[in-house]
Design a protein around this ligand. Structure first.
Ligand SMILES: [Zn+2]
Length: 231
């Protein structure tokens, strides 16, 4: 599993990846993966020699099942806190509300919660826009709604890195919007891309993408936004 930036380990799985951050106090997980995520997480820590580091926190970008399936288990196993967007509270409780196209996601998740034995959780820290997490030199929660109501990015200002969750997907040299059925409001999601770019990051890290540097993902995102703005 690759280090994509000093202090950031990317745990890769089919169709999805998540991140482990390491500062001088320990480790923090962003999201925690989907099916097999627990095993991949353990494997990644051993490969990096991080297995004896304390896992202090689990940070959630949004409430979709492929991002929160392992959150409860991770937090309990390590005694870690959970920080998650307040506006996706119904997702963590296992009762997400979907409307329009995204009702399809609701049906898929309802099946997934049962077959994959989802465990609900209550975050220790409810995140609102602008909240600051005391990890590294400070990481700020940035509300980027549209994919879900509460969807958030996390801005590590010192390094110019923005974790973008599912704001966009980034495969085969190209950024794309998440499929409509996965978004609560696709137009709002486009406005959130504008918000993200206005922060002027040096690089971005999406949860669905092939292995590329944060700078490369940013380059793709900028091109996507130009294409969207042309229409
Ligand atoms: Zn999602």
């Amino acid at each position: 599993m690759p280090i994509v930036h000093p202090g950031i380990l990317e745990v890769r799985a089919l169709g999805l990846n998540f991140f482990v951050l390491r500062d001088d106090k320990g480790l923090y997980v962003i999201d925690g993966g989907f099916i097999g995520g627990w095993r991949l997480f353990q494997h990644a820590l051993r490969q990096e020699g991080w297995q004896d580091e304390p896992v202090r926190g689990v940070i959630v970008t949004h409430g979709h099942l492929d991002h929160i399936l392992n959150v409860s288990h991770l937090a309990k196993a390590y005694g870690a806190w959970i920080a998650a967007p307040r506006l996706d509270a119904d997702h963590y409780a296992g009762r997400p509300k979907y409307s329009g196209h995204s009702r399809v996601t609701g049906w898929l998740e309802a099946v997934g919660r049962v077959t994959l034995a989802y465990h609900k959780f209550k975050p220790d820290h409810w995140l609102d826009d602008g909240d600051r997490l005391e990890i590294f030199s400070g990481v700020q929660a940035v509300h980027l709604p549209g994919h879900t109501r509460g969807h958030m990015g996390f801005w590590w200002e010192e390094q110019g890195i923005l974790f973008t969750g599912d704001l966009f997907v980034s495969y085969r040299d190209q950024a794309r919007l998440p499929l409509n059925i996965f978004n609560i409001d696709s137009e709002q999601n486009v406005r959130s891309i504008q918000t993200a770019l206005a922060i002027n990051p040096r690089g971005v890290l999406p949860n669905h993408g092939n292995l590329a540097s944060p700078e490369e993902h940013l380059c793709r995102l900028k091109k996507l936004f130009e294409r969207l703005s042309d229409h």
